[in-house]
Design a protein. Structure first.
Length: 270
């Protein structure tokens, strides 16, 4: 009974949030883009996107423990991929643009909002489309933005990291932007329920998440990769190995690399 009431209450808030999202992308973003210079407009839009994701996080009661420090300036942030929740867990901490599968465009509401928010969509297996995607990512990096990519190309159950598609790292090499790996995991009840895999559909999975009292996530921001004289395949291997190791290891602050000051922040309800 309590779970059902919790689900209905959160669902009401989600509907209101999605409606506000439509107002934002249809009215607020166009006004901002017309009224300010591109750099100023992008900063204001990013702040609004950040606030919207934080509101989504609060409704879900997504409790995110952040460990590590993000690099300043443009960066390609590469992470393992478990669920659509990953976007909220990462996006509510850092403003940026996500690279996502073209399938998301077919999702109710979320597909449209993602497109209007500047998400870069990838059509797997289409070489021309992949080149276009690479150009879009390169342009964003040149604009001093952060771009979040999931090189696995799909989601896993979180127990392993699937092979990476190294082509997603090429824009960082072309623009001399930093590549920063991130290891993401879910804990408690969410460890088994958060993975969005196989034939899962967004709406039923969202309802399942709304039943949970709290969703616990752990984000480990790893050191930036040393890129000198390395191919994208080598960098892809290093990122994959680093994320795999981070997911296996217990968080021990004293063992953190000296070049990466560690901070531990818990983002929960405000």
């Amino acid at each position: 009974m309590i779970n059902t009431l919790r689900q209905l209450y959160k669902l009401k808030l989600i509907v209101l949030l999605f409606l506000s999202g439509f107002v934002i992308v249809l009215s607020v973003f166009p006004i901002i883009n017309r009224s300010y210079r591109p750099i100023q407009a992008r900063e204001k839009v990013n702040r609004i996107k950040l606030a919207w994701l934080k509101a989504f996080k609060r409704i879900l009661n997504l409790d995110v423990l952040i460990e590590g420090q993000a690099v300043d300036g443009p960066a390609l942030v590469v992470s393992n991929h478990v669920s659509w929740l990953d976007i909220i867990a990462l996006g509510q901490h850092l403003p940026g643009y996500f690279v996502a599968k073209n399938d998301i465009l077919d999702w109710p509401v979320i597909g449209y909002l993602s497109k209007e928010a500047g998400t870069v969509f990838v059509r797997r297996g289409d070489k021309q489309a992949i080149n276009t995607t690479s150009e879009q990512i390169s342009w964003l990096l040149k604009q001093n933005s952060k771009v979040f990519a999931f090189p696995e190309g799909t989601t896993s159950d979180g127990s392993t990291v699937l092979p990476f598609h190294s082509s997603l790292l090429q824009p960082a090499l072309l623009t001399h932007s930093a590549i920063q790996p991130v290891a993401l995991s879910y804990e408690g009840q969410a460890k088994s329920l958060a993975p969005f895999i196989g034939d899962d559909d967004f709406i039923p999975h969202l309802f399942k998440m709304l039943k949970l009292r709290k969703i616990e996530a752990h984000v480990k921001i790893l050191p930036v990769l040393e890129m000198a004289d390395k191919s994208r395949s080598a960098l892809s291997y290093e990122a994959h190995a680093g994320i795999t190791e981070a997911l296996r290891a217990e968080p021990v602050i004293s063992q953190a690399p000296a070049s990466l000051p560690i901070s531990r922040k818990r983002f929960s309800r405000f």
